[in-house]
Design a protein around this ligand. Structure first.
Ligand SMILES: Cc1cc2nc3c(=O)[nH]c(=O)nc-3n(C[C@H](O)[C@H](O)[C@H](O)COP(=O)(O)OP(=O)(O)OC[C@H]3O[C@@H](n4cnc5c(N)ncnc54)[C@H](O)[C@@H]3O)c2cc1C
Length: 447
């Protein structure tokens, strides 16, 4: 089946645009700059505090501000830093979620919002590589994704095994391969830089941003956990240097602390958010060989010879050589428990071996490719993989946002809209995202 890959698309990346070396360097709004310069924001300047400037918190801050709240955004280490789950080089934006159509619809909505922001700010950080699901015998997930695509109107193509072999000769199809489901409009977002763009835009729209490490409200407000008591009203949060940050009498506090949520709310969340160590590898592609990537050709980028792919039979995924970084490969199995502050971020020999084995099986021409880069990140998993987006049971003005579970990055824009709808419009919550549905034993269903 033929299809045209246009790369990049007209909508997402204006050709004249250049990526700024540091997005904050371009915060030219004088009023926003003045606000950044003042060292101690007055509580009258904001009535909402968002703690955590990863994908979830940054988009929530921007969305709440656009909905009329006055937001102070805080982060202990900075937006999408190297220890944050959003701090990776790249993240897949795909629509396939098996039977879980809500995530398909959220991905569609989020991709549109990411593309709108990147186009408006002139940052070409989305690579429309396409996403290929390599299906295998007994794989219902991909068939269920296909059903959801038909209902939701997601552009897609299906390939037989023969078509796959013809189209992607660099992929070795083993007996476990039956057919392929292709999402031509999906791709990869350059994650760390994209979050910085969101925060930069939020600052331009008069969100205040500060570097501050917040202590969980159990200590800051009352010294005890309030789970069993009637909801209290949080008057402010304390930072580790002892400052009190208060959003005033109608203040709202959103804790979007990703893998730190269990530390910020011990007792409430440390058994409901499972932080696992995950390794990612970039392998160097052969010299003069464009089968594995997207290479600049003149002033345009060539269509990718290889799409981003998801290989459920081998619990693996990867993406082509983007921006010369190398072919990215990861095994999507939960690793051991991990501390996001102090965990060792050097790859293990076993992790490298597993990635190499997989690479040799699926991409024989890459069997002896050099490892050019690696990263250790963490998933902040809930029991099912469904996000946690809910009010704190002990406070009437505290919200919890996290549980990205290895697939949350893309959904930042939809998460922001969902929370704004709940907080501002008093909309009822979807049980899927409630604290109550989060268990202490892992049964991964969403990925
Ligand atoms: C290896 C890997 C691959 C992934 N691949 C994909 C993918 O392909 N597609 C996809 O959509 N998703 C993917 N994900 C998942 C996605 O990256 C995460 O779900 C998402 O980034 C989580 O965002 P977050 O904002 O909740 O958390 P984070 O990005 O971790 O942000 C939380 C922030 O809160 C701050 N913070 C915490 N505690 C405090 C405190 N007390 N005071 C102040 N600040 C605080 C932290 O400093 C941090 O910046 C992947 C994740 C990993 C690890």
């Amino acid at each position: 089946m033929a299809h045209d890959l246009v790369y990049p698309t007209r909508n997402e990346t204006p050709k004249s645009a250049e990526i700024s070396a540091h997005p904050f360097a371009t915060a030219v709004d004088p009023e926003a700059d003045r606000a950044i310069a003042s060292s101690q924001p007055m509580s009258s300047e904001f009535n909402t505090v968002v703690i955590g400037a990863g994908s979830f918190g940054a988009w929530t801050a921007l969305t709440l501000q656009r909905r009329g709240r006055r937001v102070l955004l805080l982060d202990a280490y900075g937006p999408a830093h190297s220890r944050a789950s959003s701090g990776g080089e790249s993240r897949i934006i795909r629509m396939g979620y098996g039977p879980n159509g809500i995530y398909t619809r959220w991905s569609m909505r989020s991709l549109a919002l990411w593309q709108d922001l990147l186009a408006r700010t002139g940052r070409p950080l989305f690579h429309r590589t396409g996403v290929l699901w390599i299906s295998h015998p007994g794989d219902e997930y991909t068939s269920q994704s296909l059903n959801e695509f038909e209902q939701a109107g997601v552009p897609h193509e299906t390939f037989t095994e023969t078509e796959l072999a013809h189209r992607y000769p660099q992929i070795s199809l083993d007996q476990a391969t039956t057919w392929g489901l292709f999402e031509p409009d999906s791709g990869v977002i350059m994650a760390r830089r994209a979050v910085a763009v969101v925060v930069d835009q939020a600052i331009r729209e008069h969100v205040l941003y500060r570097c501050a490490a917040v202590i969980g409200p159990a200590d800051a407000a009352s010294g005890e956990r309030k789970q069993q008591e009637p909801a209290a009203h949080l008057d402010g949060v304390r930072t580790i240097d002892g400052s009190l940050i208060s959003a005033g009498s109608d203040g709202i506090y959103v804790f979007a602390c990703g893998p730190w949520l269990g530390k910020v709310f011990p007792g409430l969340l440390d058994e409901r958010i499972f932080v696992t160590r995950q390794e990612i590898f970039f392998f160097g592609t052969p010299a003069g060989d464009s089968r594995f990537g997207c290479r600049p050709e003149g002033r345009r980028y060539a269509p990718p010879a290889l799409p981003t792919w998801i290989d459920l039979a081998h619990e693996a995924y990867g993406m082509p050589d983007l921006e010369g970084r190398g072919l990215k490969v990861a095994i999507d199995r939960h690793g051991p428990a991990f501390d996001p502050d102090t965990g060792d971020r050097q790859p293990t020999a076993e992790g490298i071996r597993q990635a190499r084995d997989y690479l040799a099986r699926r991409f024989p021409a890459m069997a002896n490719a050099p490892l050019v880069e690696s990263r250790v990140c963490q998933y902040e998993n809930t029991s099912s993989g469904d996000f946690l987006l809910d009010g704190h049971p002990g406070f009437d003005n505290v919200w919890l946002a996290g549980g990205g579970s290895g697939h949350g990055f893309k959904h930042g824009p939809a998460v922001g809209e969902y929370l704004a709808h709940r907080i501002i419009d008093n909309a009822p919550g979807d049980p899927r995202f409630s604290l109550e549905t989060k268990r202490a034993a892992q049964q991964r269903a969403i990925f």
